[in-house]
Design a protein around this ligand. Structure first.
Ligand SMILES: CC(C)(COP(=O)(O)OP(=O)(O)OC[C@H]1O[C@@H](n2cnc3c(N)ncnc32)[C@H](O)[C@@H]1OP(=O)(O)O)[C@@H](O)C(=O)NCCC(=O)NCCS
Length: 161
């Protein structure tokens, strides 16, 4: 496929490929989005996001989607919107590799920002490992669950220069 490149220095085995994603990837991204998140984006929202300039990074194995990262850049700030990895590929360095790909391609970006659920141990571990620092808290940020509980969001940032 055109535009494919290998990022062996990111520790992933050779058959894992990281590349920019596009509209043609959205059906698979939507499926993974549904599996990975309690409240997922609609296919239309994902489509609109790409149409309006969001960036998608894909990791695939034999053309199967292993993980993706969706981000939005305004001026010199990038916001990570979503990172998700499919169950068969968890704990193999996929999220770390995609995130490092984003960071490595962020020339001219001053800071990468994100919000993460306080309870999301895996994601917080990932971002801490990448060097993100906690920068604030948004109280009751997420939509209430069935019991009416709204979880707080932890704000994290990685300053690049
Ligand atoms: C969070 C998520 C993307 C991590 O993906 P992954 O590919 O399994 O993560 P990696 O293998 O790259 O792990 C990198 C680091 O993240 C941390 N980490 C990942 N999974 C973890 C877990 N279950 N528990 C604790 N730490 C974890 C570790 O620090 C790990 O480094 P290590 O392997 O040296 O210990 C994945 O669990 C996922 O898709 N979760 C559901 C969606 C989500 O919550 N996304 C993030 C919010 S947008």
């Amino acid at each position: 496929m055109a535009g494919k490149s290998r990022w062996s220095y990111l520790k992933l085995p050779d058959h894992f490929t990281i590349r920019p994603g596009g509209i043609e990837d959205l059906a698979a991204v939507y499926q993974l989005n549904q599996q990975a998140f309690d409240s997922c984006w609609s296919l239309q929202s994902l489509y609109s996001a790409l149409e309006s300039g969001y960036d998608l990074i894909i990791c695939e194995v034999d053309e199967e989607l292993a993980g993706y990262l969706l981000s939005m850049t305004i001026l010199d700030e990038t916001q990570i919107m979503q990172v998700a990895v499919a169950k068969p590929f968890l704990r193999q360095g996929v999220a770390e590799a995609i995130s490092r790909h984003l960071i490595a391609s962020s020339s001219g970006i001053a800071v990468i920002l994100l919000e993460v659920r306080l309870s999301n141990r895996a994601a917080r571990g990932l971002y801490s490992k990448l060097g993100f620092r906690e920068s604030g808290l948004r109280k009751n940020y997420y939509a209430p669950d069935a019991s009416g509980f709204s979880e707080d969001a932890l704000l994290m940032e990685l300053k690049l220069h």
